[in-house]
Design a protein around this ligand. Sequence first.
Ligand code: HEM
Ligand code: PLO
Length: 483
Amino acid sequence: MATATGLGRPRSLPALPLVGSLLQLAGHPQLHLRLWRLQGQYGSLYALWMGSHYVVVVNSYRHAREVLLKKGKDFAGRPRTVTTDLLSRGGKDIAFASYGPLWKFQRKLVHTALSMFGEGSLALERIICREAASLCETLSAAQDTALDMAPELTRAVTNVVCSLCFNSSYRRGDPEFEAMLEYSQGIVDTVAKESLVDIFPWLQIFPNKDLTLLKKCLQVRDQLLQQKFTEHKEAFCGDTVKDLMDALLQVRLSAENSSPLEPGLELTDDHLLMTVGDIFGAGVETTTTVLKWAVLYLLHYPEIQRKIQEEMDHKIGLVRHPHLSDRPLLPYLEATISEVLRIRPVSPLLIPHVSLADTSIGEYSIPKGARVIINLWSVHHDEKEWDKPEEFNPGRFLDEQGQHIHSPSPSYLPFGAGIRVCLGKVLAKMELFLFLAWVLQRFTLECPEDQPLPSLEGKFGVVLQVQKFQVKARLREAWRAAS
Ligand code: HEM
Ligand code: PLO
């Protein structure tokens, strides 16, 4: 089809009235894999219809770069869907809000607050190390028994984000933490997975199990957030800023005092609440998921685990614990983290983008309002860019001497890129490094003898989830001897 720009539209999957191309997608719960495989028939850039929504699927780095970087502003929108509207109270957060002056202001605020409290600050390193020490204690206590590490990893990561956002943390078995684990799982299971209710919003008038669960979980989350927010508002005096919540309150106060904002541009309580909800939700679910993938891959590749430990013994030894400043000393650990983020991207389809103007990708015309899905799975498994992409091989991220980390292909975007790039990249990398370094310095992680190696297949959703598995954490002989 020729368009106003003279360019043709991308080739489209067949589409029926009302349902669109759903017949081609139905029965494939792993949407990222289905969209990856459809390239064989339709090429790396193709279109489809989800109900009445025109969707463009990008599977190559060349086109992803155009969408995210070269024409970032053209594609900075987000779709509104039933589930993300519920999660973010109609897009009052950052991740699911469309592009606009208020979103820009919110994003900048959080960026500043994060750099003030987190990135580069010794205080944050201290918090992460405190949680890493507590995680190691738990592993020590459970030594040699099969353990589901997921709740322990989640508590460690949650406490980092909790300290950052609310200057508080949870102890083991805290009922509020257990409630949080449960509601968060419910949200991850039901939100933003291109489910039917998001494609056909009118379906929400019918009883729907997923939607009922989401609403119930959001009620619990909102109550928790509201309680923290009220406590902070009551205690806030404007002088001392203890955490991100205080920082947001302070910036709002000074914005109100200096110049009255245009109507519609003010940060309401809902905006602050949803913003903290994003940082909290993203902060916990993403980093925990990567840690679980990393542990799972180490069970499958004991020789890689051994190599990380040898590097650590050699460069750090067993008398002191690892610091952030050790990152350049441990390239093999860094390369392993990079490889985990490549082979199992946390967010395999990013968050869908929306074109804000008539524009183009490559030689194709894209109309305003199109949803653009960047298939990061395809970008990270592209055989033209990666040697044996299915293979877990940290060495691909190292130079010939194995001393420095580098990417052999630009086709690597675990945190996205451009205007909508992840806000927590620096924080996440600090946590991944420190948690893994602490644990591997002391323990060898093994699959319990009586169990098969757990599956490496992910479960598609708003994050690429790991299936439940158990681990035996064995205290290393070298560590035992040294201490
Ligand atoms: C967005 C990855 C950790 C906060 C994103 C996106 C990706 C991503 C792929 C979507 C980019 C797009 O749509 O183009 C990751 C990975 C993480 C991680 C792999 C961990 C290893 C975090 C953490 C935080 C965070 C710790 C919070 C402190 C956000 C926010 C957005 C976002 C607020 C939305 C940005 C926007 O729409 O403007 N992240 N993330 N992320 N991330 Fe992360
Ligand atoms: C995770 C469950 C929480 O209860 C709510 C939440 C908020 C922000 C979301 C996050 C969930 C999942 C991962 C997301 C994040 C915003 C950015 C991040 C989507 C749903 C990524 C990876 O893009």
